[in-house]
Design a protein around this ligand. Structure first.
Ligand code: ZN
Length: 178
């Protein structure tokens, strides 16, 4: 059987082992070693170091999976958010805001008041009811949006990583509504 000489990765002691040996404990310093055969070169590696690097690879794999999961979650939320947007007429589409429920309501009340003053009671009641309906629809849309956002943020926080909405939140154009 061929005997090969390797040096301990830890203390440098020269060790003679039969070719093909995999595990070895250094006779000089007692470090557990793995013998690596790579082509013509034979060298030793501390066994704990290789366990470290195995753990490292595991960790990297885990991080990578988390990143993929986060990217998927973010993309799903962006699509969901887009679908929950409502039309603000000439202002374009935006996320539903509870505050905005009041504006059409006020307009409807004013119109209903004018109709009432003109003695047009039936129309006044109809317009008033439309105002209520519009307020309900906006309120429901806004609360649905808030729920969906909260669900996404909770999942996102569970996965760790940075706050994905931070840059939007800090954008003054989004105010505190994002
Ligand atoms: Zn040694």
């Amino acid at each position: 059987m061929d005997i090969v000489a390797v040096s301990c990765q830890h203390c440098g002691a020269s060790l003679k082992v039969p070719m093909g040996t995999v595990h070895l404990t250094c006779g000089q310093c007692g470090t557990p070693l793995l013998i690596q055969y790579q082509g013509q070169s034979i060298f030793t590696q501390r066994q704990d170091a290789s366990e470290d690097s195995a753990a490292n690879v595991q960790q990297q794999l885990h991080d990578l999976r988390t990143e993929v999961e986060i990217a998927r979650l973010d993309a799903a939320w962006q699509a969901k958010r887009e679908s929950l947007k409502v039309s603000y007429g000439r202002y374009g589409r935006g996320v539903p805001r509870q505050e905005f429920a009041v504006i059409p309501m006020v307009i409807f009340v004013i119109v209903a008041g004018l109709l009432f003053a003109k003695g047009n009671i039936t129309f006044a009641v109809i317009v008033g009811l439309l105002g209520l309906l519009s307020m309900f629809v906006t309120t429901i849309a806004a609360s649905n949006y808030q729920n969906e956002r909260a669900k996404y943020e909770a999942k996102r926080q569970g996965l760790g990583g940075k706050d994905p909405l931070a840059k939007h939140r800090n954008d003054p154009r989004n105010g505190h509504y994002f």
